[in-house]
Write a protein that binds this ligand. Structure first.
Ligand code: ZN
Length: 115
């Protein structure tokens, strides 16, 4: 399959140009930020601090889980959101990886926090 980098339509191999956009087709589409945002991400954990967030995200990524750490650092009525909420950020994983991610999270919390 070939793809148009502009309109992101798929074409059979053999086409060279997108008939609509007149641009060369490519083998691999660059990630589309709009489409990535559409991936359903599920919050599975409230991260207490930044260090845990970083360690956890690389731990899960190593296990093949698509993971996103969302810090709650935005200013919010004079304070920051994280002090208001009582945690540093959210751990989001893609919906299809949720079960695996929860298992990995359990392992992580046992190993690193002795719980
Ligand atoms: Zn096109």
């Amino acid at each position: 399959m070939l793809f148009c980098p502009q309109c992101r339509k798929e074409y059979e191999v053999g086409n060279r140009l997108c008939p609509d956009c007149r641009v060369s087709l490519v083998r691999n589409l660059p990630p589309d930020p709009n489409q990535l945002a559409l991936f359903e991400m599920i919050e599975i954990y409230k991260i207490p601090d930044e260090i845990t967030g970083m360690a956890l995200s690389s731990f899960l990524a190593d296990a093949g889980v698509q993971v996103s750490v969302q810090p709650m650092e935005a200013s919010f009525y004079g304070g920051t959101l994280n002090t208001l909420l009582g945690y540093w950020g959210k751990l989001l994983v893609s919906a299809e990886h949720e079960t695996k991610a929860r298992k990995q999270l359990e392992i992580f919390l046992k190993e690193f926090h002795g719980k």
